[in-house]
Design a protein around this ligand. Structure first.
Ligand code: MG
Length: 252
């Protein structure tokens, strides 16, 4: 079931979203060669908790293999769900950071790919296009449109560059849980999908690659990599559909 959030509920999601945006800004200021992904994770967890929120990723998943950190940090050919650890960031890497926070029971979820150092044009274009594809999807999230319009807008932004669009992981509804209905593919499915009305909250999160769309999960049970080893990028905002159009909640 797709739930519509009230103004008061969206106000709480706005707080959660702002905390997520602050975490990503903090990471942006700290990510540089030599810092470990675990150090970034510790900074993020401290910020989330000091803001009065709870990291939503920490302990997420089945109890046999809960996610062990507050951030997902995915490097280069890792697409999403990378586990922070003692690995140090190197010059030239794509560092994709996903953050989630729960404030008073309401979720915010957002991600950005950072490029450390000087990227090749190919990498810069991949990262720029992934961000623009997300923004195109957000722009399509207006009352009266359909869910499939968001998917189509994302695909149209990604397709001209020939990028792989990851299909196995998709955007999602969000609210009192991180993942709610509906699922939101980043490509056309041939289905128009539900009508968008004010109060619907979505995490819009395209994942693009320099190769194919196929992904695999590493033996740690979490880290998603491109099957062909190609580089990947990931951007995500939590948004609310409002009478005035889409509102980005994961912003400062
Ligand atoms: Mg998400």
């Amino acid at each position: 079931m797709v739930t519509r959030k009230s103004r008061r509920e969206i106000e709480k999601m706005r707080v959660a979203g702002r905390i997520v945006a602050e975490v990503l800004a903090l990471v942006e200021s700290e990510v540089k060669p030599g810092i470990s992904t675990a150090q970034l994770d510790r900074l993020a967890e401290r910020h989330i908790r000091s803001a009065g929120a709870v990291p939503s990723f920490l302990g997420y998943g089945h109890r046999s293999n809960p996610f062990p950190a507050s951030l997902c940090i995915s490097l280069d050919d890792e697409v999403v769900h990378g586990i922070p650890g003692e690995r140090q960031i190197r010059d030239g890497q794509i560092v994709s950071v996903d953050a989630g926070a729960i404030y008073d029971g309401w979720h915010g979820d957002g991600a950005r790919s950072f490029i450390v150092g000087t990227p090749s044009d190919e990498v810069k274009n991949l990262v720029d296009t992934t961000r623009l594809a997300m923004m195109a999807g957000i722009a399509a999230a207006v009352p009266g449109a359909n869910l499939g319009d968001i998917s189509g807008a994302i695909e149209d932004a990604a397709a001209p560059g020939g990028y792989g669009i990851v299909r196995q992981f998709v955007g999602h509804g969000i609210g009192t849980e991180m993942h709610q209905e509906p699922q939101l593919p980043n490509y056309r499915t041939g289905v128009r999908g539900m009508k968008l009305v004010p109060g619907i909250c979505l995490a819009i999160e395209p994942m693009l690659t320099l190769g194919g769309h196929e992904v695999s999960v590493k033996p740690d049970g979490w880290t998603v990599v491109t099957t062909d080893g190609s580089l990947a990028a990931h951007f995500e905002h939590t948004i609310a559909v409002t009478d005035d159009g889409p509102e980005i909640l994961t912003r400062i």
